[in-house]
Design a protein. Structure first.
Length: 265
């Protein structure tokens, strides 16, 4: 009643809801508010609302205005063009550059975080709805698979240390996990199931100086916005008052295999 820009609909035959809002930030604020009020929920990847026009499927396009240092021009232009952005104008003055783009709304999902990193916090990004245009084709997705926990348990530092060379980790030692939970990003393009609850096997006879020091790379916990951007279509963000986790929609390997076989048949 107080959030007039929000539309909530029941999805027939399920206990889920479809929530429509005015963009990524609007939905993120709603989810964070629900989290602080004690709700626990699972959220799928955000989708842009499209419509059927005279020339077929149409999607919303936005005007994007960027102010950046000259040193970041190449990186930012590449970032936008990979997201189907088209440069309209560029002006440079006193070491700073203003670039104007048009880009599909779905290409802007998750852009702000990458933009801040690439411009080292010195860039300004603003965008607003412009019009609907014909569908611009598929966007490049995530090129790496997920590292999945294959069972319930607590992650050990030794196993995580051994796993670091195979991908980027999202969790630290002592994290409680469950089967199908995403604990990292694989260095390869396929998902990988691992067991990081085994720990180091100790023996009665140990030679002096044979132990290897386990030094883990510090992890940077994902924000809610980063998690929503990261997940694929077969994954969910699990939001609780304490944690933000990533998981597969189907937790067991057998369920995922049956789903893939059904989709290919």
């Amino acid at each position: 009643e107080t959030n007039v820009g929000l539309l909530v609909e029941d999805i027939p035959g399920t206990d889920a809801y479809r929530v429509s809002g005015r963009g990524e930030l609007h939905l993120s604020v709603l989810l964070e508010q629900m989290r602080r009020e004690g709700f626990e929920l699972q959220v799928s990847r955000p989708e842009v609302i499209v419509r059927n026009g005279v020339k077929g499927k149409e999607e919303p396009v936005e005007q994007v205005i960027i102010d950046i240092p000259e040193s970041a021009i190449g990186t930012v232009i590449d970032m936008l063009t990979r997201r189907k952005g088209e440069m309209v104008d560029m002006k440079t003055e006193n070491g700073h550059t203003r670039i104007e783009f048009t880009a599909p709304t779905r290409g802007l999902l998750g852009l702000r975080g990458d933009f801040i990193i690439e411009t080292k916090g010195e860039g300004i990004l603003s965008h607003s709805f412009l019009c609907y245009e014909p569908w611009k084709g598929d966007l490049p997705g995530r090129t790496r698979g997920s590292i999945l926990s294959m069972l319930h348990g607590v992650a050990t530092g030794y196993d995580l240390w051994k796993l670091e060379e195979r991908g980027k980790l999202f969790i630290g030692p002592g994290t409680l996990m469950y089967e199908g939970m995403i604990i990292g990003e694989s260095a390869k393009d396929q998902d990988m199931e691992v067991n990081v609850t085994k720990g180091k096997k100790l023996t009665n006879m140990r030679a002096s100086g044979t132990d290897e020091a386990t030094k883990l790379t510090p992890i940077q916990p994902m924000t809610l916005e980063q998690a929503l951007e990261y997940i694929s279509d077969d994954e969910l963000v699990e939001i609780t008052p304490i944690n933000i986790r990533l998981r597969k929609k189907m937790l067991t390997d057998n369920e995922r295999r049956r789903s893939r076989n059904a989709a290919n048949s």
